[in-house]
Design a protein around this ligand. Sequence first.
Ligand code: ZN
Length: 505
Amino acid sequence: MAHLTRQQLLRAMTALGAVAASPAPALGAAAKAPVRTLIRDVDAVTMDPARGELSGVDVLIDQGRIAAIGKGLNVAGAHVVEASGMVLMPGMADGHRHIWQCVEAGRVVKTNHRQFSAEYQTWKMKWMPCATAQDHEFIAYYGGLQAIDSGVTALIDHAHGHHTADRTLAAARGLKASGVSGWYAHQVSHTIDYGPGDTVPLAHASKQATAFTDASHWEAMRRLRAEVFGGSSDLLNLGMALSVGSQGQPVERVRTEEFEPGRRLGVRLITFHANRIPPYPAGRFGHRGLGIRDLHEAGLLADDVHCSHGVGLSDDELGLMRQTGAMLCATCMAETFPRNAQARRDPAMARGRKAGVRTGIGIDAPLAMTSDFFEHIRASYYAMAQHEESAAIVADYTSADLLDIATRAGYDAINLGGVAGKIAVGQRADLVLLATDRPGFPTAGSLADRIVNYAARSDIDSVWVAGRLRKSGGRMIGVDWKAMNAKLQAIQERIHALARTITFV
Ligand SMILES: [Zn+2]
């Protein structure tokens, strides 16, 4: 392949404005220190089966947790948020999101589905070698803030856009600094030996994108553990995602080279895309169904295993997942779009939940879809209602079921069950306060009905993560979106220009 000399490359980059690299983002200053906070006279949808919906209560936050719930609490010295007429709900959990894609939102979208299907992988294979560690730190920081802004207080970042240790460490630091909770799940995949200015066979690039894990990914995992995720009080935890190439490998190899090293590092969440199409030979991971039975028979399926998409999971596979405590994230909006010539497909959400599998919701691709999580809740319902089997299940749903999938059950479906997702004493204070005074926000119906059918990101007045106020009066505290958007766009344009210098043949 035709490598540019370093000098040629520097000239090209200088012309593109890349050498005057963007400074590291000013991280960590955005969150106000936790204080005792009294949210006064609020209507609360607790998602706690014992309490249901409460009207006109006070909720006390202390030391990052919900310390008391009741009418007319008398608390001296607390910061008071007057919330009369507003609605308090638990923060929401996104079980499957590729944070890094937020930098390119709009580049290839799913309403141009043929174009999306044709271009996504080649776009990604050109984009990755052009993004620097510094870019990744800022992008992940931005993506974490964007999640919090939309009421998503916990998530799994399936981090599959970073092929070197430096890049993935930078992204992990950026996401951690954003203050969002959940998991940074480094995908132990991708080795890229080409870069700007190169002409490479497409087959070569594809092979690198879909390869099985190698030593470099485990060096990255060890460094992530040692340098970023050491603290026991961290809100963001180290997870991992199986390599793309794990599917089709002998199951024993997936055990010894991916599951076991991950678990030895103390990883408590191992995710993978359960959407590959076999056939693979017998004995290979994914040779039947979506690979769940393969993992189970190898003794690998457990309550730290999480799969995304899961369209077409069989009843047998769902049964094994329930038995072992494995988790599922349906990304219904993503699944709703037509896929090549195929019709739209039945998402796994209703079937997973009915089977007793810990099932949540995810947006999947910020590249191509809105980050307004309320839209994803509604889209999930619409998507399920289009398919016979799911339609029969959701016919019995109420709005509270859908809100549960996004909150209490959603936290449980990312291995944070019992930590947050409910408004109950002792829960971590991950909370969202909705304004209700805009035209069209209803005053009748249950709180869950109103939220699930009508709420939008723009209704979010305040967000707390672990008791820290991150958004107030509809604005993220300490975040200059105008400046951040300008920086994101500059990164986008620089990378895009560089990516166009890579030619696949
Ligand atoms: Zn995905």
